[in-house]
Design a protein around this ligand. Structure first.
Ligand code: ANZ
Ligand code: ZN
Length: 809
């Protein structure tokens, strides 16, 4: 069937977006693959689910944009290139061809004319162009800071790419390095990223919204100023509990902050330096762990608590992070367990300022309660609950000029520099005279020089730095000797805007044609893995908002629908090389065919559940498809036979199926859709073999319906059925069957007969039975007669067609 239909479809090209205003538009987007080898079972699942939605929209007559491309920059290609002594393009484009062929075979309804790859110079030209627009707006900037460093991949990592202290890609323990790097100012959009989630409520999975909310991590609180002897600037701390200020008995600053280095006294310096070394070797996860024994050093300095004038010692300890809040905290051991542990260990004072509940036996008390020990000459919090006490003390701080109300976010700026080769070069030139100079737009793209093999090996600086011919350029501003930036962009930059490029992939005046984007965006459906719940989706949302503020887009959110498919696992475990439990997609397709694999994926369960391949039966799927296919060969009624003259029961079954399947598709209950198609196949087979027979026009109607519904999941089988039914290809555009509401009326409904509130019988009755007829039927029931034996009927209450209640005694 594959050999037969592929050329036919390729010629018809039925899935090309028309974009001509002839129908309402829909944008069906699926996360584009990374070209590492051939397609795998995970791709097969996500594409199968995505295609149910896309093909449903095609059948409904929408003008659907369903594009495909490749997220083709990144480390695996570079590592393969080092191994094979070649340029990463060889691996990348080889795999893209392999995957493209597999996707075509898998018959996903993509519009191939829009195909793109982020490593194409025509694509990354615009990635660089976008970077420059961000740069002009101050949304891309360089700063020196301690960054996550993967010692194995020899590159920095974004916070998002550090999973439990390890490199997301290779699993090596991540350490810290001080480097000057490029950042995107995502934090400027923290509040909007949070607020606009209201637009996604009910359209995105709740857990994804929750993950984003937590990642953004909004905290309301205050800054408070602690003055240090001999230092003009006070130390600002960020606290979510300003009400506990009277209990702040010491301060802690992040050991790896400038502040710690600056205020440490000469006497304490050796101990501090020693401590700092140990801190740098530990991960953020370790540092924030509450389990771990607290460590720290006294910096030799004292600060003044602004509310009570007490002198409190300033310590450095690794549980305070340099890049959160101000990198310094006021420690309140009585109300914060971390501070309590620290105070106990180093023998620092503890003063309760919130009265714990009766019988409280813990250490730090974090609950609500009346403030105690919290008054100075001007303000008293005593007796106030936490919320009122916060408000009162912030007012006082603001009046005194020693603090202010503020909001803090956990979200940090996006570190985008990578010291690797296979990415979009950062289009900046460093000139000794002019500083950072953007590459002029008309010189884009800054193309990668042709490096290969050992040239690409990780060295801790970008491999591009060694390509001196490429690096050394004249400054676009002054013409003097200057050097290109040698870092490349995080590949998440590439994938933050590809969905916009799809709208006009050949546009040469900019990254996208604003008119085309206006026509297609936002995408109503985005299908992909939950592993992108934070990074990719947050970055794409940030890009959308930033581009909107530059006047390039006119919407707030790029994806108004989101479906996260589950994982395909095997024997209860994620497939992996080390477990040897991988399942080869190509072999599965060879054994069972594309349709059976697709059907198995869709039928396995709700789309967001994991699929354990060990429990699946692609052979069973194949047998079902053969059963469905045989129906088409059985039909004897001619094309165009009027179904109205056909068997009523079968017609009702057909129309009810379409009605239910439509609702199920809208609710994305794709597995139940398959179950309903299976039922209709069985009903139709019965009608042929032992009902009205193959010549009945209702049979043709039923089988044509099966073919159309099945086309969403099993395109080859459906196309073959369609041909056997006497139609021209393609069934994919046959049109969604219309439901005759008259045929949805049930033949009979169930009426319940009760005596003294107890059910005695159930009757199948016409939905429009009269009260009198229903009462007569109830009284004639054997079960009712038996139950009434020897009793007198006092009253009969009838609610046709559902209920008869008999009172007897
Ligand atoms: C005093 C205090 C008393 C605090 C109390 C909490 C409870 P979230 O909610 O996550 O924003 N903090 C501030 N900056 C920090 C840093 N750089 N590293 C580690 N901890 C830091 O947490 C804010 C709270 O975390 C702040 O409020 C501060 O401790 C601490 F009973 O200030 B709190
Ligand atoms: Zn210059």
């Amino acid at each position: 069937m594959q050999a037969k239909w592929r050329p036919v479809w390729e010629k018809l090209d039925p899935f090309k977006a028309r974009d001509d205003g002839s129908a309402e538009r829909r944008y069906a987007l699926t996360m584009f693959p990374y070209p590492s080898g051939d397609l795998h079972m995970g791709h097969a699942e996500v594409f199968a689910l995505h295609d149910v939605q896309a093909r449903y929209w095609f059948q409904q007559g929408y003008d659907v944009l369903n594009p495909i491309g490749w997220d083709s920059f990144g480390l695996p290609a570079e590592n393969a290139a080092i191994r094979n002594n070649e340029n990463p393009a060889v691996y990348t484009y080889g795999n893209i061809e392999t995957q493209a062929e597999s996707i075509r075979r898998y018959a996903i309804s993509f519009d191939w004319s829009r195909r793109l790859a982020t490593s194409d110079p025509e694509y990354y030209k615009w990635t660089q162009w976008l970077f420059l627009r961000f740069y002009e707006k101050g949304l891309a900037y360089r700063k020196a800071s301690f960054v996550n460093w993967c010692p194995n991949d020899q590159t920095v990592l974004a916070n998002e790419q550090v999973v439990q202290g390890a490199c997301e890609r290779c699993g090596a323990a991540v350490t810290k390095r001080e480097l000057t790097q490029w950042y995107f100012k995502v934090t400027d959009y923290a509040q909007q990223l949070l607020d606009d989630m209201d637009q996604l409520a009910g359209k995105w999975p709740e857990r994804v919204l929750l993950m984003q909310r937590n990642w953004i991590g909004r905290s309301e609180g205050a800054f408070a100023d602690f003055v240090i002897e001999g230092r003009e600037e006070p130390i600002k701390v960020f606290t979510t509990r300003p009400d506990t200020l009277f209990g702040a008995t010491f301060m802690v600053v992040a050991p790896d902050s400038k502040l710690a280095d600056e205020i440490c006294t000469a006497e304490q310096r050796p101990a501090f330096e020693e401590y700092l070394k140990a801190v740098k070797a530990s991960t953020e996860i370790e540092r924030l762990s509450t389990e771990r024994e607290k460590t720290g050093v006294f910096l030799g300095a004292y600060a003044t608590n602004p509310v009570n004038g007490e002198k409190v010692p300033v310590w450095a300890a690794d549980y305070v992070l340099a890049d959160y809040g101000t990198g310094a905290i006021m420690a309140v051991p009585a109300q914060d367990q971390r501070d309590w542990d620290f105070a106990e260990k180093f023998d620092l004072p503890i003063v309760r300022t919130v009265q714990p509940d009766e019988g409280f036996e813990g250490k730090a008390f974090t609950g609500d309660g009346p403030a105690i020990n919290s008054a100075n000459d001007e303000v008293s919090l005593n007796g106030l609950g936490v919320a009122e006490a916060k408000a009162a003390i912030i007012d006082w701080l603001e009046q005194n000029g020693t603090g202010e109300r503020t909001v803090n976010f956990r979200l940090r700026d996006w570190l985008l520099s990578r010291q690797r080769y296979w990415g979009a070069p950062i289009p900046i030139i460093h000139c000794p005279a002019c500083g950072e100079v953007p590459v002029p737009d008309d010189q884009l793209p800054v193309e990668l020089p042709d490096l290969r093999g050992e040239d690409l090996a990780p060295k801790g600086v970008s491999p591009l730095a060694a390509a001196t011919d490429w690096v050394n350029v004249s400054c676009p501003k002054c013409g003097g000797d200057a050097q290109r930036d040698t870092d490349t962009m995080d590949t998440f930059v590439d994938s933050s805007w590809y969905y916009l490029r799809y709208c006009s992939p050949d546009y040469s005046e900019g990254p996208f044609d604003p008119e085309a984007v206006r026509r297609w965006m936002p995408a109503q459906q985005y299908v992909g893995g939950v592993e992108h719940a934070i990074l990719h989706l947050l970055y794409s949302r940030f890009f959308t908002k930033a581009l909107r503020d530059m006047g390039l887009l006119d919407f707030d959110e790029p994806f108004t629908g989101l479906l996260n498919q589950g994982q395909v696992i095997n024997n209860g475990k994620a497939m992996s090389k080390s477990l040897g439990n991988g399942v080869n997609l190509g072999e599965q397709i060879d054994a069972f065919g594309v349709d059976a694999i697709r059907l198995t994926m869709v039928f396995a369960g709700p789309p967001d559940d994991d699929i354990d391949w060990a429990d699946m039966s692609p052979g069973g799927s194949l047998r079902f498809l053969q059963r469905a296919w045989r129906l088409a060969g059985s039909v004897e009624a001619p094309v165009g036979a009027d179904p109205a003259t056909g068997d009523l029961a079968l017609r009702k079954a057909t129309h009810k199926t379409v009605h239910e399947v439509t609702e199920l598709l809208e609710a994305m209950r794709f597995n139940v859709v398959v179950a309903r198609i299976m039922e209709l196949v069985n009903t139709t087979r019965k009608a042929i073999d032992s009902g009205p027979g193959a010549a009945d026009p209702a049979v043709r109607e039923a089988v044509e319906t099966v073919a159309i519904l099945l086309s969403l999941v099993a395109p080859y089988t459906a196309e073959d059925m369609w041909e056997n039914l006497g139609h021209e290809p393609t069934v994919a555009k046959a049109g969604w069957p219309t439901v005759d509401p008259a045929l949805l009326v049930e033949d009979s409904v169930e009426a319940i007969v009760q005596i003294a509130g107890k059910i005695k019988d159930r009757l199948q009755v016409s939905p429009d039975i009269t009260d009198a007829d229903l009462e007569a039927m109830a009284m004639a029931s054997d079960a009712v007669q038996t139950a009434l034996a020897g009793k007198t009927v006092r009253k009969v209450i009838v609610r046709a067609p559902k209920l008869v209640n008999i009172v007897a005694g």
